[in-house]
Design a protein around this ligand. Structure first.
Ligand SMILES: NC(=O)c1ccc[n+]([C@@H]2O[C@H](COP(=O)([O-])OP(=O)(O)OC[C@H]3O[C@@H](n4cnc5c(N)ncnc54)[C@H](OP(=O)(O)O)[C@@H]3O)[C@@H](O)[C@H]2O)c1
Length: 361
């Protein structure tokens, strides 16, 4: 039996923080011993601080409910000394998050982050564990820059792209994905909201999510990037264009994708690749790895957000409606759970990868 790693959640009271708490309750490798949030919550127990904001389907984990919340920015040294690493999901200004995460790393506390602040720092790996596992190899270069032995920052990518990038990734390797047009239909939990806190979303669609289209177009290129020296150099293709739309669903981001290849595969070849695709988490049988990452549905009316978002604990991607297009080669739809695979679950899987590879020792 391996030792259990002591873990902190920075931003524990938020929507993603609550997901972390729920996912990590009873985790075989990780034990949550420390919770932190803003100074407003510090000093209260988790139960008091989160109060009516608790919005998970299961109750607040008993093992954490009575932990006293620390201040994310005032107690850095104390937190860093008490845990082996932290998960971070906070709602602060970008430059404040960048500084906060770097302060934890410099205090020799690895940070696995949900925030976007460091996604384009050239030596910070942005990893989807089934795809660009190898980007973790940049960590020694980052440690050198930070002057740390253990501390580093690793991030996960934006929730919008966690369905279409996994679907396209293994196709690109074989057939060269040239152009991608994607429209995303995104859940309100992606904004940290519920229908109670955002009643305007009932019976409504909002055609704008600040910064989302840029992330959806740019982040895939870093995932397809290569390590050169002490940085990750983003790829220059495929070309992405995206429209991101907020729709009245609680959880689950869907993408409608149009794709053009260098070398056009057949529909059977594409389905075969999706069916057989396995990455590091499946090979190593990581605790949060879905058994099948990419799942194709033959029914014309699937995947549906409500029916498939929880597939394999919300960690799998559901795909459907693959067919020829009149302007591109093919079109299809795909779906992933935005606060599980797209946020806390993706970060937990990333921590499991980094743990299995020895980066958290
Ligand atoms: N929701 C998603 O699906 C999703 C997906 C991917 C990435 N993200 C990213 O994850 C982050 C958190 O999102 P969320 O939806 O969980 O937000 P949220 O529900 O608004 O939670 C924000 C958290 O940040 C804490 N916080 C706010 N100001 C702080 C400060 N000055 N110092 C320390 N902590 C502070 C809050 O603590 P208090 O309770 O004390 O105020 C709370 O714990 C954001 O960067 C977001 O972009 C979200």
């Amino acid at each position: 039996m391996m030792k259990k790693y002591k873990v902190g959640i920075i931003g524990a009271t938020g929507m993603v923080g609550q997901r972390f708490a729920t996912l990590l309750d009873g985790h075989p490798w990780f034990e949550v011993t420390t919770l932190a949030a803003s100074a407003r919550s510090a000093g209260k127990t988790y139960r008091e601080a989160v109060g009516k904001r608790w919005c998970m389907d299961t109750p607040i984990p008993e093992s954490m409910a009575d932990l006293v919340i620390m201040s994310a920015s005032d107690d850095i040294e104390k937190i860093a000394a008490a845990v082996d690493f932290v998960f971070c999901a906070v709602d602060m200004k970008k430059d404040e998050i960048r500084a906060l995460e770097e302060a934890y790393a410099k205090a020799e506390c690895p940070v696995i982050s949900n925030n976007s602040a460091h996604r384009f720092t050239p030596d910070v790996p942005m990893i989807i564990p089934e795809l660009n596992t190898d980007h973790a190899q940049i960590i020694p270069a980052q440690r050198k820059r930070l002057g740390t032995k253990r501390g580093f920052i690793a991030v996960k990518s934006n929730c919008s792209l966690q369905s279409y990038v996994p679907a396209l990734y293994p196709l690109h390797e074989k057939f060269g994905v040239k152009d991608v047009l994607v429209c995303t239909y995104q859940a309100i939990s992606g904004a940290g909201k519920t229908f109670e806190t955002w009643p305007e979303m009932l019976d409504n669609v909002i055609p704008y999510i600040g910064g989302e289209e840029e992330k959806s177009e740019k982040e895939p290129l870093k995932i397809w990037g290569r390590i050169e020296g002490d940085q990750i150099v983003p790829a220059t293709s495929p070309n992405f264009t995206a429209q991101c739309i907020r729709v009245p669903v609680s959880n689950g981001h869907m993408g409608a994708v149009f794709v053009r290849f260098e070398k056009k595969p057949t529909i059977e070849e594409i389905k075969e690749i999706w069916k057989n695709f396995k990455g590091y988490p499946q090979q190593e049988n990581l605790p949060h790895a879905p058994v099948h990452f990419l799942n194709y549905f033959e029914e014309d009316n699937l995947p549906q957000t409500k029916l498939q978002r929880d597939l394999e604990g919300g960690m799998a991607v559901s795909i459907g409606r693959l067919r020829e297009d009149t302007q591109y080669d093919y079109k299809f739809v795909c779906l992933s759970h935005n606060t599980l695979r797209g946020a806390a679950g993706g970060a937990v899987l990333l921590a499991e990868q980094l743990c299995a590879q020895g980066y958290l020792d």
